[in-house]
Design a binder for this molecule. Structure first.
Ligand code: MN
Length: 240
């Protein structure tokens, strides 16, 4: 029995290959799994559960089908789809997770997070994050008409792309001190996250004990998945 972890699919109707790959993955592999964990940025943008973007319908339907197949699906917000709410959860059957969650899997304690919270060197991003995660900002944003929200989201995305282009690779990666602090706080030796789009398994020493940080990749050119069963975990890419 295998538990699956994915993140950073950035699904967008303008990139149908990614959606097709996700739908195939849901039908073939996820339907056979013990559980599916989506660790954020399933969607490229999410401006509210009331958005009737037709590109989202097959994705919501695939998640609802998984629920009918009795495979539990857990969803954690990313920096792109942090506005996913209860209505989405009801429509899909996904269980919404907090920004940090500890999961015991095959006897191992694993800390799950999207990953953006660990990128503490990126000060402008952390400031923006604090602003848009504020419940009051979200209430005001969600009260605006869809068209207006879309315009704001497009503008934020353009600004983020421009800012990203001007930042060094190092600034946009996780901060090792933040990684270790989060692991200590949650008393784990394994951390699993996405966000940085740098799939890898990092092994290091944390307070004298062996520690592991697993990073899921994005789904831009290929898929990325962590499969976890009684033999442990593997991080693999999914060819298109
Ligand atoms: Mn992200």
């Amino acid at each position: 029995m295998t538990t699956l972890f994915i993140s950073d699919l950035h699904l967008d109707a303008e990139r149908p290959a990614g959606i097709t790959q996700f739908l195939d993955f849901m039908e073939s592999e996820a339907s056979q799994a013990t559980a599916l964990y989506i660790l954020g940025d399933l969607f490229e943008t999410w401006i509210g559960d009331d958005d009737t973007n037709p590109g989202h319908a097959p994705i919501v339907a695939a998640l609802a089908t998984l629920k009918l197949q009795s495979v539990p699906c857990f969803f954690m917000h990313g920096n792109r789809d942090f506005l996913i709410g209860r209505r989405f959860a009801t429509a899909t059957g996904c269980i919404l997770l907090a920004e940090y969650e500890v999961l015991v899997i095959e006897g191992e304690k694993v800390l799950l997070t999207h990953g953006d919270l660990l990128c503490t060197d990126d000060k402008p991003y952390m400031a923006l994050r604090a602003e848009v995660r504020d419940p009051r900002w979200q209430r005001e944003f969600l009260a605006k008409p869809i068209q207006k929200r879309r315009a704001i989201a497009d503008d934020l995305r353009e600004k983020s792309q421009a800012a990203t282009a001007a930042k060094t690779e190092e600034i946009m990666d996780v901060n090792q001190g933040a990684v270790e602090a989060a692991m200590r706080q949650h008393d784990v030796s394994i951390l699993l996250h996405g966000h940085t789009h740098r799939p890898d398994v990092h092994r290091f020493s944390l307070d004298g004990a062996a520690a592991t940080r697993i990073v899921l990749g994005a789904w831009h050119e290929q898929g990325s998945v962590v499969r976890w069963d009684e033999n442990g975990f593997v991080l693999e890419s999914l060819q298109r």
